[in-house]
Design a protein around this ligand. Structure first.
Ligand code: RFL
Ligand code: PHB
Length: 391
């Protein structure tokens, strides 16, 4: 039997960042992760970081490479009806921007920092389960290499993603779930080709949404909306790039360089929130508590926002001997979460083709985009949400 102050279940970006902040504040923690480090690093996901996220990574001491290699973007484009409208993030928000830096890189930086600081991480932990988080003596159990371990702790941080066990361990009568499942997914391709444009493009097209993103000046990330019945095996690289080009404005399509995919996958789109984010001595953070469709680039940023609130609460508990922060955690985090849920839902609704859409619905989408393009007030609203609401 071993002991720690905070048992962190899940070694994705939420768990790793929380662990790094706690360790630097002198608060002992152990991360229990079901997968191997390589597996965690191979999940290609988010690419856009809010300034608040970058600030948190700096606070954790892991922003050096990000500052060197991350791409600062001060705008992005909405494309629709053969036109393009640039959202001038910097101009509309008093100089704010976002940084394009892959989640895989954030994860790698955090893993290396954790190894360097000598904090404990258990990878490939099997049969992880929680006990007594509604008492003063919570415990986490797991098995590794056939050996069962029990970890005593003060608190458990449930950072184990949407399919994790932490949220599922909370009695159903103590938790409310809010969900919207969208009738489509995103087929994403990563390829080592020069990006078509300098900034990201979100395109509304009668045949479905498409978007252009990137990871570096030589690595592109593209997505097209597909129905949930589609199988990745049926999408050759040629078919993908033909579909992408068809849905982009002609002058952008001409700049798309097709290349062999180094990753190709379909992600379903979902909005989901679990309330509250605390049950006894268990806190939920990141995808364990909420999911957004990727259209607003908010998932990873929201996870980091939760970690901000949770770290401050735990720091206050240990260093200032006050439980006020942990008592306020769920309420504070959820207020910001719901605003990002709204923005992500709205961007998704405005940009995708819904199978049930009538001609009326499609005209309304175009009117909405035209309104955003023509109104400083509407563009400012998009910009301030995209760069991230304050903590
Ligand atoms: P993660 O990354 O899912 O990590 C959870 C970790 O917990 C482990 N785990 C367990 N460990 C122990 N015991 C168990 N029983 C466990 N069950 C699970 C898992 O192995 C994993 O290592 O959650 P976390 O840390 O909260 O991070 C959330 C982000 O990963 C997620 O929100 C973003 O990737 C969402 N997202 C985007 N977010 C952005 O902010 N900007 C973007 O541009 C963006 N693009 C995206 C995205 C997500 C996508 N997909 C595929 C879901 C684009 C895509 C396509
Ligand atoms: C990405 O680069 O993977 C990406 C960028 C912006 C989004 C979603 C995904 O809104």
């Amino acid at each position: 039997m071993t002991r720690t102050q905070i048992a962190i279940v899940g070694g994705g970006p939420s768990g790793l960042l929380l662990g790094q902040l706690l360790t630097r504040a002198g608060i002992d923690n152990v991360i229990i992760e079901r997968r191997s480090p390589d597996y965690v690093l191979q999940r290609i996901r988010a690419g856009v970081l809010e300034q608040g996220t970058v600030g948190m990574l700096e606070q954790a001491g892991v922003a050096e490479r990000l500052y060197r290699e991350g791409l600062v973007h001060s705008g992005f484009a909405l494309a629709f009806a053969g036109r393009e409208h640039r959202i001038d993030l910097a101009g509309l928000t008093g100089g704010q921007h976002v940084t394009v830096y892959g989640q895989t890189e954030v994860t790698r930086d955090l893993m290396e920092a954790r190894a360097a600081i000598g904090a404990r991480t258990i990878y490939e932990a099997e049969d992880v389960h929680l006990e007594g988080f509604d008492t003063a003596t919570p415990r986490v159990h797991w098995t590794k290499d056939g050996v069962a371990t029990v970890l005593d702790c003060d608190f458990i941080a449930g950072c184990d993603g949407f399919h994790g066990i932490c949220r599922a361990s909370i009695p159903t009568e103590a938790i409310s779930l809010f969900e919207r499942i969208y009738p489509f997914g995103w087929l994403g391709v990563l390829a080592d080709v020069k990006p078509a444009t300098d900034e990201l493009i979100y395109a509304n097209h009668a045949d479905g949404f498409a978007m252009c993103s990137m990871r570096s000046p030589t690595r592109s990330r593209y997505y097209v909306q597909v129905s949930l019945q589609e199988r990745v095996e049926d999408w050759s690289d040629d078919r993908f790039f033909d579909t992408l080009r068809h849905r982009l404005p002609a002058h952008v399509a001409d700049c798309v360089v097709a290349g062999a995919s180094i990753e190709k996958s379909i992600a379903p789109l979902r909005s989901f929130v679990a309330e509250p984010m605390r049950f006894g001595r268990l806190f939920l953070a990141g995808d364990a508590a909420h999911i957004v469709p990727p259209t607003g680039a908010k998932g990873l940023n929201l996870a980091v926002g939760d970690v901000h609130y949770l770290f401050e609460a735990l720091r206050e508990f240990y260093l200032e001997h006050s439980a006020a922060g942990i008592d306020a955690y769920s309420t504070k985090a959820l207020a910001r979460v719901w605003k990002a849920e709204r923005f992500s839902w709205w961007m998704t609704s405005m940009l995708h083709r819904f199978p049930t859409d009538s001609a009326f619905d499609q005209r309304i989408q175009l009117a909405e985009l035209d309104y955003v393009a023509g109104s400083i007030a509407a563009s400012t609203s998009v910009a301030e949400n995209y760069v991230g609401l304050p903590y």
